[in-house]
Design a protein around this ligand. Sequence first.
Ligand code: PMP
Length: 287
Amino acid sequence: MWMYVDGKWVKDDQPVVFAQSKGVQYGLGIFEGIRAYWLEDREQLSIFRLEDHITRWVEGAKILNMEFRESMDELVSIIQELLWKNNVRQNIYIRPVALKSVQTIRPLISEVGQQIIIYLTDPVYTIKEGLDVQISTWTRPSPQSFPLHIKLTSHYLTLGLAATEAVQNGYDDALLLNDQGMISEGSGANVFFVKGNELYTPPISDGILAGITRATVMDLALARGLIVKEKSVPRSYVYQFDEAFYTGTAIEIKPIFSIDQRKLGTGHIGPVTKLLKEDYLRLVYRK
Ligand code: PMP
């Protein structure tokens, strides 16, 4: 497939990243995960909330002192062209990455220069209907030592350690506590809990990614007359919820069947999760 690399179209089996770059050496990079849906009935691709993803990427890149030479509109056009060039006629995941490219030895963020790469990949996160998760022994760093609301490359070390531990222990994923011992999120998704007609989700200030699916689901829940509370969730409470689910661009809405081997509700998809999942799929498939 074609990918976009700093103004050029390159085949995605070509090496393009310099080993000396700080994106590689120190993990000074920021990326996005965007999903395009193939609308069978209209024979057309629909990119879900593209502008919001690009905004999170470009705005977040400011923390790494990156200024993209491509404007927002150009980035939109590049992504559209990427899909067109690759003749995509199926659901696909779009992965833009910006890596600090300077080759000096210190991890100075003030130095200007980055490499922009945008490529396509398979959007399937898991084929499971619901997940059995574990509270991780790895905790999230404090927001005072790490910007957690955007998709910084190096952030995925903690998430990777937690996910690996969970999988090695026979679970599907890990829920991480934050530095205050409150629930934060999964290794690649935000989390919601349900009690009756109330939804609870950790606030951004608890050190979570400002998820775009999370925001969408909050709107969908409000439209259904559900009550949404952004509130810190202590670990000891999670086992008592009726339902829980993950939200994310790749994972969409995925029920959590159990936490630490305690079944939530019936251990199957609950009515609120089912309703919101159906609403979400209708939205992304423009039905
Ligand atoms: N948290 C983490 C750690 C993630 O990697 C993702 C996936 N991007 C999410 C949450 C969900 O974010 P979004 O809904 O914007 O995809």
